[in-house]
Design a protein around this ligand. Structure first.
Ligand code: ACO
Length: 432
């Protein structure tokens, strides 16, 4: 708590109230406005939550001006170089880095939950072959609630833990099933002798008629991308999960809501849109034309993978991924990658352009991630699914924090009503 207050005077009534200022461990203070409806009969108006802290959280911290991202206090750059996705998952879920034994136990818990019920597998046959994988993933995740009645008491900490392990373990299996369905290939069962990302690659790319060897370079690249996408405080999809979960709905329904929110091109769908945009631009010569379109408000064209609500300096994840692109493409022997070259030039030119400079628009996490996914042979329609797999860890961590909070209430924003005032029903004959 902070001893500072802001004084608010209602000009109509002269009533004064002191609004408390609350301080976090780091970052800007927040003004606690919970009492203003009671004291002044007004609500606050903040469309798109530009300046609203919707909750208190101990999981992830972002400093948008300095380009800082911390998971449970640890800088993402350190985790990216020293850690693994499973270790980061443990950190986000439980709050501390695991000991060797804790990590082994966690790994083994996740590994033991990788299979999905055979009936759930049959759901995929109900989808058209060209269904978008995000449609399949959100539907199948929501459907999981029909399979685990015995462990869905959200007030039971053990049930919550089992759910956490299940959803993190099964998301790659569901994603791979969606991918295989779109190819018309048989589903490949998980392999519990492989680590999380190697198993995912195996389920994606193995076929029953020949042996498959996971490329460790690909598995490592995926692991790093997953670390960078694991959590990002109260972003749109995480806020969606929290809002849905605040109703007490089952956690599979809440995570499915998060998957749907992530799908949009302003959020996780941007990675797919970036590649489409780069292909559309086609060559360096066309960059000025497309930059002009991005600046023209009537064109509806945006530079995908550019801009962020919070980062106004640079996105630290984009920096790491750009570096990683060079390394991964070199290791995979794909240095001649025209789309990567085009992306580098586009970034360079945009960052010298007054429009982007003045609005502090920088490449975000998704500007370069699609180039790596493509190099790993992951199809473009699966990019946002990859993001969803990683972000599931963040969603679950926030869900656990929310449900574990004794003060949890249903989230229910208010509105500024600008529709018709009260009026009487008019008979059909009297209407124009
Ligand atoms: N291309 C062109 N102009 C842009 C872009 C862009 N990518 N992003 C923002 N702007 C402009 C806006 O038009 C606005 O201009 P104005 O002040 O003249 O009206 C100004 O920059 C501020 O942008 P807002 O839209 O107000 O910023 P907001 O915080 O609401 O949106 C967002 C952030 C959604 C990320 C936006 O920058 C965007 O649409 N980017 C492209 C999509 C994208 O890459 N999304 C991924 C985000 S990261 C993630 O979720 C994983």
């Amino acid at each position: 708590m902070n001893s500072r207050t802001f004084e608010l005077t209602n000009p109509a009534t002269g009533v004064k109230s002191a609004l408390p200022v609350r301080s976090g461990s780091i970052g800007p203070d927040v003004l606690d406005i919970a009492g203003i409806a009671r004291d002044h009969n007004v609500f606050t108006f903040d469309p798109a939550f530009g300046v609203t802290a919707s909750c208190e959280s101990k999981i992830t911290y972002i400093d948008g001006d300095e380009g800082v991202l911390l998971y449970r206090g640890y800088p993402v750059e350190q985790l990216a170089t020293k850690s693994s996705f499973m270790e980061v998952a443990y950190l986000l879920l439980y709050g501390e880095l695991p000991s060797t034994t804790e990590l082994q136990t966690f790994n083994s818990n996740i590994t033991r939950h990788t299979m999905i019920n055979e009936s759930l597998l049959r759901f995929f046959n109900g989808f058209h072959h060209n269904a978008h994988p995000m449609a399949m993933v959100s539907a199948v995740v929501a459907s999981m609630s029909a399979f685990y009645h015995d462990s869905m008491d959200i007030h039971n900490p053990r049930h919550r833990e089992i759910f956490s392990h299940r959803i993190i373990a099964k998301l790659p299996t569901i994603a791979a099933a969606a991918h295989k369905h779109s190819l018309g290939q048989p589903f490949v069962y998980p392999r519990n002798d492989l680590d999380y990302c190697s198993n995912m690659l195996s389920m994606f790319f193995a076929v029953p008629c020949e042996p498959y060897r996971v490329d460790p370079v690909a598995a490592q690249a995926l692991d790093l991308l997953f670390i960078l996408h694991a959590d990002h405080e109260q972003n749109a999809s995480t806020s969606t999960v929290r809002l849905a979960a605040s109703t007490g709905t089952n956690p599979y329904a809440a995570i499915s809501a998060g998957v749907s929110a992530l799908w949009g091109p302003a959020h996780g769908g941007a990675n797919e849109a970036v590649l489409a945009m780069l292909e559309q631009i086609g060559s360096v010569d066309n960059i000025p034309k497309y930059l002009a379109m991005a600046k023209d408000k009537s064109s509806h064209f945006k530079l995908m993978g550019f801009g962020h609500r919070v980062y106004k300096n640079f996105d630290p994840r984009a920096k790491i991924i750009r570096e990683m692109c060079h390394k991964v493409l070199a290791k995979l022997g794909r240095t001649d990658n025209p789309l990567f070259e085009l992306a580098l030039r586009l970034e360079e030119i945009a960052l010298k352009d007054e429009y982007f400079v003045s609005r502090k628009l920088y490449p975000n996490v998704d500007f370069y991630s699609g180039i790596i996914y493509s190099a790993l042979n992951i199809p473009r329609s699966m990019f946002t699914v990859m993001f969803a797999i990683a972000r599931t860890v963040g969603w679950v961590s926030h869900w656990l924090e929310l449900i574990g909070d004794p003060g949890m209430r249903i989230s229910r924003p208010r509105q500024l009503y600008t529709g018709a005032a009260r009026r009487d029903y008019s008979e059909m004959a009297q209407r124009r």
